[in-house]
Design a protein around this ligand. Structure first.
Ligand code: SF4
Ligand code: SF4
Length: 432
């Protein structure tokens, strides 16, 4: 299968060499676990425990009471210290359950999920898109009846620089990724499964080909950011554009991340809820690598498990440098969608831009935009708070990939401006 190139995009240095070679290692038992009740797109969870309760590993501590939601499970055996609030990486303050883990944990023990059909099991397991989207996976397994799914695409691109957790998952748990793909395809009635992997991971290509046998195709894609964005991946694998204003499901394709597929297999085959995940810890840390981390561990504890930071730290980002969040402090918990923590030193981050930078109309942002937008125009209108104009220029279609900001020679804060416009348009009722 030969992939088609999507329009635009960029080639940032991938910086994956420090972490792609080593096996994932489980971190020790953290001193406390803080589980935000908002770890997914959709309705927040409701705390299901009280201070003083003894909880088991795998026990539900956050109940999902809406269709678009995902329950939250304790990743440790321990005692609930408080039902409280916590700051998250986004800067929001949200309800949370705080747990003191027992010093010794049996990582093989957990409260198993009840026996149920696939969609119910995935919902009960609390699985969300682990590639960063955090959309509840069970909802994606029930596509609208008028949009039948013919092809499941497993996203193993991991185009975001520095991150290698999906790469390691494909190398270390290929059978689980393939099993997850089969479960998803059966659940939605798809006849074809394709695993998309960027051409900078040939060991993963070989491993997945041999694990898949004839049950799934492996499509090698050019290493080109944002290859792993849903619409760009569909375009590259199937050669179909997702029409403006339509869901990706309108093309007959359903995209799930490879780590999400492995988590779905864990839930269906082992009755295991989502309690922990592999994440990349890299940049200026003593032991860069991939770590298996209980969800709710504080960023400061994850960094300590990686040997601590090295040198003068300028910025810590949760996620990758293109789409991640810079942290104001390290006492925030990692959540289900946290794929990595990257530590930057002085000199590696652009100085903060003060005030409005001039646009020199070079159109580099237009050439780089994979969504065919005109970022500089949207940015100018967003600056003027002319939300009607940002709507006319389709700001709502922006996938916040950061390509426009990356190429802008005057460092205009384009993504921030466009994100603001999207937020205003959604408040007015526009749909993504
Ligand atoms: S406008 Fe949005 S989609 Fe286009 S390059 Fe910028 S961030 Fe990416
Ligand atoms: S890249 Fe920057 S300077 Fe060039 S047109 Fe876009 S916003 Fe203006």
């Amino acid at each position: 299968m030969s992939p088609r190139r999507f329009r635009g995009g960029i080639h940032p240095p991938d910086h994956k060499e420090k972490t792609r070679g080593g096996s994932s290692a489980r971190i020790g038992v953290p001193e406390r676990i803080v589980l935000p009740m908002v770890q997914h797109l959709g309705t927040p969870c409701v705390p299901a425990v009280e201070a003083g309760d003894v909880v088991e590993r795998g026990q539900v501590v956050g109940r999902a009471e809406a269709m678009v939601s995902a329950p939250i499970h304790s990743p440790v055996a321990g005692t609930v210290i408080a039902v409280t609030e916590t700051l998250t990486a986004t800067g929001a303050r949200v309800p949370a359950v705080e747990i003191a883990p027992e010093a010794e944990q049996d990582w093989d023990r957990f409260v198993p999920l009840e026996d149920a059909e696939v969609v119910h099991t995935v919902r009960a397991a609390g699985i969300v898109g682990l590639g960063g989207a955090a959309f509840p996976s069970a909802v994606k397994l029930t596509p609208p009846q008028d949009m039948p799914v013919s092809t499941v695409i497993l996203n193993g691109c991991e185009c975001e620089p520095y991150l290698t957790c999906d790469h390691r998952t494909m190398l270390e748990r290929p059978g689980r990724v393939v099993a997850g793909g089969r479960i998803i395809a059966e659940a939605v009635g798809a006849s074809r499964t394709v695993i998309g992997i960027e051409a900078n991971k040939f060991d993963a290509v070989d491993t997945m080909r041999s694990a898949a046998g004839g049950s799934a195709e492996v499509c090698v894609l050019p290493a080109h950011y944002p290859q792993g964005a849903e619409k760009q991946l569909i375009r590259s694998v199937l050669g179909i554009e997702v029409p403006h204003g339509k869901l990706p499901a309108a093309t007959g394709a359903l995209v799930h991340n490879v780590s999400t597929a492995a988590a779905i297999a864990d839930a269906v085959e082992d009755r295991r809820p989502l309690m922990e995940r592999v994440m990349t810890v890299t940049g200026h840390v003593a032991r860069p690598g991939n770590y298996l981390v209980p969800i709710g561990t504080l960023v400061s504890d994850v960094l300590a498990a990686a040997g601590g930071t090295v040198g003068e730290v300028a910025r810590v980002i949760v996620g990758g440098p293109m789409t991640g969040m810079p942290l104001a402090g390290l006492d925030v918990p990692v959540v289900k969608a946290t794929g990595g923590i990257v530590v930057f030193a002085q000199g590696e981050v652009a100085p903060a831009v003060l005030g409005d930078q001039p646009c020199i109309r070079c159109a580099r942002c237009v050439a780089a935009c994979p969504m065919w937008l005109e970022p500089y125009v949207i940015g100018i209108h967003a600056n003027r708070r002319d939300w009607d104009a940002t709507e006319r220029y389709h700001a709502i279609d922006c996938i916040e990939c950061g390509c426009c900001s990356y190429v802008c020679p005057t460092s205009r804060p384009l993504v921030q401006l466009i994100r603001r416009a999207k937020h205003m348009l959604m408040e007015r009722g526009s749909k993504l």
